[in-house]
Write a protein that binds this ligand. Structure first.
Ligand SMILES: [Zn+2]
Length: 385
């Protein structure tokens, strides 16, 4: 009892002092940056920084980091940010680690539009003639950035707390130092600018909580907008997800403020659509209670039958045409002459928590644990012991 009191007092003191409590496991992660963009051959670090490996060197002013064959080169930029006419780079090595010289992070520019700030260290190396950038970061920094990166704009605090509980539940299954990506394939991680004061407050408030279904930790799934209702895990991901009994479909009208609430109509050529599905236009055979297609069946030209789940077909469509064409798994389509008209509503796979709905529920006065138990029925929040 005395130990629990001491632990509680320690966490309380750290929160009051604004210190991030240390993570039990893992304490640090490595994030592959810019994973969803085309191969990068250079970027700029804006402002002072320092190299900590393979040698120690202070870098005064902005710097270009670029690939030259199998080596990473560091080239100091002049005061106007231009590349000087140097015969040799300042440093050339297969692997370079850079830290901020002072202040909260390293400001990185990959193009005129993309400028981000990263805490921790940046590891640069070369992979297939492209610049590979990993960010070594404390888990608490990572969680705060992810919660801020994934949240809808002007997200209320109780919804941020719900997102923080989910992100912590995902991260706690990682190994110390595990390499993860920075795109929505896992969770969006857009750097330190997104770890705002309300986000940090949300993360600190819930980090001593546990989220359980029975005695087990919850495996969270979430998406942007369900547009009227979520689907069960089994309906979208298949029978394997049925064991996660809290992934049930719930009716949700709280995401009506989302830009993905309304129906979206798109058109593609019949030829390309047919080619995508092995020379057939499969028919949708059945929808779940939330209106999402369960299975698609078509006859291929060789006489064999094509069978896909609605989710598998949605992934195919997104990978072929981009995710903006059919943003959500509630979709249907029809052939009109030599084109296919696709209709969809919502955004994302439609299982688990609806992010825009969570923000809507928080605006109606619901607390983070009420939001979580709404989208994940039967789950509960308890204090960590
Ligand atoms: Zn919703």
């Amino acid at each position: 009892m005395q130990r629990r009191l001491l632990c509680a007092l320690l966490v309380f003191c750290m929160i009051v002092a604004g210190v991030e409590p240390t993570w039990a496991s893992p304490s640090r992660l490595r994030v592959r940056l810019f994973e969803s963009r085309q191969a990068l051959d250079s970027l700029q670090i804006l402002g002072n920084s320092k190299i900590v490996s393979p040698l120690r060197m202070h870098l005064a002013g902005s710097t270009q980091i670029k690939v030259n064959r199998d080596r990473v080169e560091v080239i100091p930029l002049d005061l106007k940010g231009r590349i000087p006419n140097l015969k040799h780079p300042l440093v050339s090595a297969p692997y370079i680690i850079i830290e901020p010289a002072s202040g909260p992070g390293i400001r990185v520019r990959t193009s005129a539009e993309v400028e981000r700030v990263y805490g921790g260290r940046l590891h640069f190396s070369v992979d297939s003639s492209a610049l590979l950038v990993h960010n070594e970061i404390s888990t608490s920094e990572y969680v705060s950035s992810v919660v801020g990166s994934e949240a809808p704009p002007s997200c209320p605090l109780e919804a941020l707390k719900a997102f923080a509980v989910m992100t912590i539940a995902i991260v706690e299954r990682k190994k110390d130092g595990e390499l993860i990506g920075d795109s929505t394939r896992e969770q969006a991680y857009l750097g330190k600018q997104y770890a705002t004061a309300p986000v940090r407050t949300a993360v600190r408030t819930v980090m001593n909580k546990r989220w359980l279904y029975g005695k087990n930790s919850v495996r969270p799934y979430y998406h942007s907008t369900c547009s009227g209702g979520t689907s069960s895990g089994a309906a979208i991901f298949g029978p394997g997800a049925a064991a996660l009994k809290y992934l049930r479909g719930v009716k949700c009208v709280y995401c009506a403020g989302s830009p993905f609430w309304k129906d979206k109509t798109s058109t593609v050529s019949l030829d390309s659509f047919r080619a995508l599905f092995s020379d057939t236009v499969p028919a949708i055979s059945g929808f779940d209670e939330a209106g999402r297609p369960l299975q698609l069946v078509g006859s291929k030209s060789d006489g064999s039958v094509l069978r896909l789940t609605g989710y598998e077909a949605w992934l195919k469509i997104g990978r072929q045409y981009g995710w903006g064409l059919v943003p959500g798994t509630r979709y249907s389509y029809s052939v009109n002459g030599d084109s296919v008209t696709l209709k969809s509503s919502g955004a994302g796979h439609g299982v688990g928590l609806c992010q825009w709905g969570a923000a809507g529920l928080a605006n109606e006065g619901k607390s983070f644990d009420q939001i979580l138990s709404f989208y994940f029925p039967g789950t509960r929040i308890v204090e960590k012991r």
